[in-house]
Design a protein around this ligand. Sequence first.
Ligand SMILES: Nc1ncnc2c1ncn2[C@@H]1O[C@H](COP(=O)(O)OP(=O)(O)OP(=O)(O)O)[C@@H](O)[C@H]1O
Ligand SMILES: [Mg+2]
Length: 220
Amino acid sequence: MVAQVITVAQQKGGAGKTTMAAHLAVAWAQYGVRVALVDIDPQGSLTHWHDIRVKHQKREGLAPLGFVQCSGVRMTREVDKLKREYDLIIIDSPPHTDSEARTAIRHCDLVLVPMQPSPLDLWATQATLKIAKQEKRPVKMVLNRVNPQAKLSQKMQVELKALSLSLFGNRVAYADALLAGKGVTEAAPRSAAAEEIQLLAEELLNHFGYEIREEELATA
Ligand SMILES: Nc1ncnc2c1ncn2[C@@H]1O[C@H](COP(=O)(O)OP(=O)(O)OP(=O)(O)O)[C@@H](O)[C@H]1O
Ligand SMILES: [Mg+2]
């Protein structure tokens, strides 16, 4: 597989960028994909998660992930290096920055944009969508932290389908898994949260033309 780069971007803080990056990386690694993560957010949340993961990795038999923490300036060089060793590279970008996010978007094959289901978030998302459009990069949007009890109106369901939005519930399982340095597909493999992550992971693998082998599906 030719290495593909996914940038998780959203100008609005707290939309779920880091959460998506970590859980997707683990799900893909469980399918046998060679995955690397790049943390260009000075907050370093993904780096904290990965540090915990490395501590427990051997004992718990967790899938190893490539990992680099770097500034936006060094990112291009680091990503080019990772491309020689990995199939999928996920860049977790910081909120509230234009230049770093733009560079990360310019160097990716797909922009993953998580958004919470509120008009405020939808409006804030326009800035990120604009950059993706200017850089001519395809976008996959994800509606995150949807109340699992909420019944979406028929109209809303039609709108979501038209946008081919993936939905993620507001579920504690996501944070619980991160706390243990894991992905939800490792910590709670039979949960609704794991199912949501696997659906998106498989959709994006299909998008990139990566074929999941039967035995990997069975063990994931
Ligand atoms: N689907 C979800 N269900 C429940 N909690 C979630 C979900 N997604 C994210 N969260 C929680 O929301 C908060 C923000 O998530 P996260 O840090 O991933 O967002 P972010 O976009 O990376 O934030 P920042 O812009 O600060 O980098 C965290 O506390 C995380 O645990
Ligand atoms: Mg983050």
